[in-house]
Design a protein around this ligand. Structure first.
Ligand code: SF4
Ligand code: FES
Length: 248
């Protein structure tokens, strides 16, 4: 395949960015999207140009780093996958592909396609943990019975990889799907009950302090989430928040 790429180039956080056109040729349909980007970068390095900066780590849908907006969709046209899991067979010879960073005030662009998602880390630090007795008297996890439905829902919530596609997709740049998933994975389990009230209050306060918008129930986040995190998690977070606020 021969392709035209229109890629967002921005030198640093303060520079004015713009879309720049590039051509890549002989791209195999079996390549992943990031491998195609590697081909472009090799070409740029060989001609003495600055390669395009983009985030990636695991390249298998686990780390959530590969935040790219491709043809107007977070992680590109396919459903239920990340950019690193997207393959070039989803495009056609002669296509023009627009590639931009995730856009949200709380995710400032660092360079080209790389954005600063440390706001998510600070939300996690505010409450995304449980306290466990590690003194040698730790209770065996299997000694605490958990219903199958609750275990399944907690596991589903825990599959959130913190990629930020929900924020990038939301017209309000809301982080409620992410925070809802992180609150839910503990709210559903007995181990999460000790800090439950503080957790939801602190994580929501941090989310607001980071400048994310509110949820207006559009549901675009759920559609674009590569892990299929359900809006149910936002409803659960709201219930947990109400319960915690009524405790005073
Ligand atoms: S909820 Fe989905 S889209 Fe949002 S950070 Fe988690 S995995 Fe990514
Ligand atoms: S590089 Fe890890 S999810 Fe894409």
């Amino acid at each position: 395949m021969d392709l035209t790429l229109k890629i967002w180039r921005q030198k640093d956080a303060n520079a004015k960015g713009k879309l720049v056109d590039y051509k890549v040729t002989d791209i195999s349909e079996h390549m992943s999207f990031l491998e195609m980007m590697d081909v472009l970068n090799e070409q740029l390095v060989n001609t003495g140009e600055e390669p395009v900066s983009f985030d990636h780590d695991c390249r298998e849908g686990i780390c959530g780093m590969c935040s790219m907006y491709i043809n107007g969709e977070a992680h590109g046209p396919d459903k239920g996958n990340t950019t690193c899991q997207l393959h070039m067979r989803s495009f056609k010879d002669g296509d023009t592909i627009h590639i931009e960073p995730f856009r949200a005030a709380a995710f400032p662009v660092i360079r080209d396609l790389v954005v600063d998602r440390s706001a998510f880390d600070r939300i996690q630090q505010a409450g995304g943990y449980i306290s466990v007795n590690t003194s040698g008297n730790t209770q065996d996890a299997n000694s605490i019975p958990i219903g199958k439905a609750a275990a399944d829902d907690a596991m589903d919530a825990a599959t959130c990889i913190g990629c930020g596609a929900c924020v990038a997709t939301c017209k309000n740049s809301s982080a409620m799907l992410f925070v809802g998933a992180k609150v839910s994975q503990y709210a559903l389990l007995p181990q999460g009950q000790v800090e439950a009230a503080d957790r939801v209050m602190d994580m929501v306060a941090q989310m607001d302090a980071e400048g994310f918008g509110n949820c207006t129930n559009t549901g675009a986040c759920e559609v674009e989430c590569p892990k299929g995190i359900s809006l149910e998690n936002i409803a659960r977070m709201n219930r947990e928040y109400l319960k915690a606020s009524s405790k005073g």
